[in-house]
Design a protein around this ligand. Structure first.
Ligand code: R5P
Length: 281
């Protein structure tokens, strides 16, 4: 089910789909077909692909004009989060620019497993990053996993939370990014011999990281490698790359909708919204 619909059901509130199409020249046209919206309004929209970012900006204005009492932006997958600093001179801080613009007409912002939580500090309004680790851990609790591993140190905290929630050991691999599509992963040092390993990461884009991490784990003797990520972006049919790869299975959360987005974050996002509307943050 669509995450926005699922959220509406968890919050027992109305679900109103925006009527979004494109003008003949490709510009975004959107409309909310109601007379007024004089209530607390939650806009659920990813900022990926680019067209969704524009739609989100337009929706904020439409909702405001319809009289919203408060506007909460739920951005399940926040596009541009990975360009959160200037890596090479001449580059923009894309994540910060996205925040500045999204900040325009809202009262609070909720993201899910944002690449770097500190990005949210670029919002002047209240903000919260909801962590998917507990729902991922719950999903895999009964699936015979022996150990939780992240493909790099950046996701080590995520592996720790998932491991702690499952009562399992955790560790991380060492990754070096060679290009947008290529990574190198050092041989695994953790004792994975004969184990069923769960790799956790915030996102899968090309699939390069997960395939290299799985190869390193299998090389070190892991018997089964299952992958769980929050955001399944899967560019250029990346899901198909897993067929015939050493990866045994891949699942992700429903921040983006695809064939393997079976782990729902609706409950944890609904809880964050309830807390916000009750003035708890
Ligand atoms: C990087 O730091 C992220 O956490 C992911 O590991 C990365 O974005 C995955 O990209 P890809 O699937 O293209 O290797």
């Amino acid at each position: 089910m669509d995450l926005a619909k699922e959220l509406a059901s968890a919050l027992n509130c109305n679900f109103i789909p925006a009527l979004t199409t494109a003008f003949p020249d490709g510009e975004c046209y959107t409309r909310i077909d109601v007379e007024k919206l004089d209530d607390d309004v939650i806009i659920v929209q990813n900022t990926f692909p680019d067209s969704k970012f524009i739609e989100m900006l337009l929706l904020q204005d439409a909702v405001k004009k319809l009289g919203a009492k408060s506007i909460t932006l739920v951005i399940p997958y926040f596009g541009y989060a990975r360009q959160d600093r200037v890596f090479k001179p001449g580059e923009p801080e894309s994540a910060k620019i996205m925040c500045r613009h999204l900040d325009l007409d809202c009262d609070r912002v909720i993201t899910v497993d944002l690449h770097k939580e500190a990005t949210l500090d670029n919002f002047t309004h209240a903000h919260k990053d909801v962590k998917a680790a507990p729902v991922i851990a719950e999903y895999f609790k009964t699936k015979g996993i022996d150990m939780v591993i992240s493909p790099d140190i950046g996701a080590a905290g995520r592996a720790k939370i998932v491991g702690d929630c499952m009562g399992l050991p955790y560790d991380h691999l060492e990754k070096t990014r060679l290009s947008g599509t290529e990574v190198r992963i050092k041989p695994a040092t953790a004792d994975v011999n004969g184990k069923s390993v769960l790799i956790v990461d915030d996102m899968i884009s090309t699939g390069g990281t997960i395939i290299a991490a799985t190869a390193a784990l299998k090389e070190a003797g892991a018997v089964k490698v299952t992958v769980a990520c929050t955001h399944g972006v899967f560019v250029n049919n990346a899901l198909e790359r897993f067929n015939g790869s050493p990866v045994d299975s891949v699942l992700c959360c429903n921040t983006l909708s695809n064939a393997v987005s079976l782990i729902s974050v609706a409950g944890i996002v609904a809880d964050a919204i309830k807390d916000a509307l009750a003035g708890k943050w």
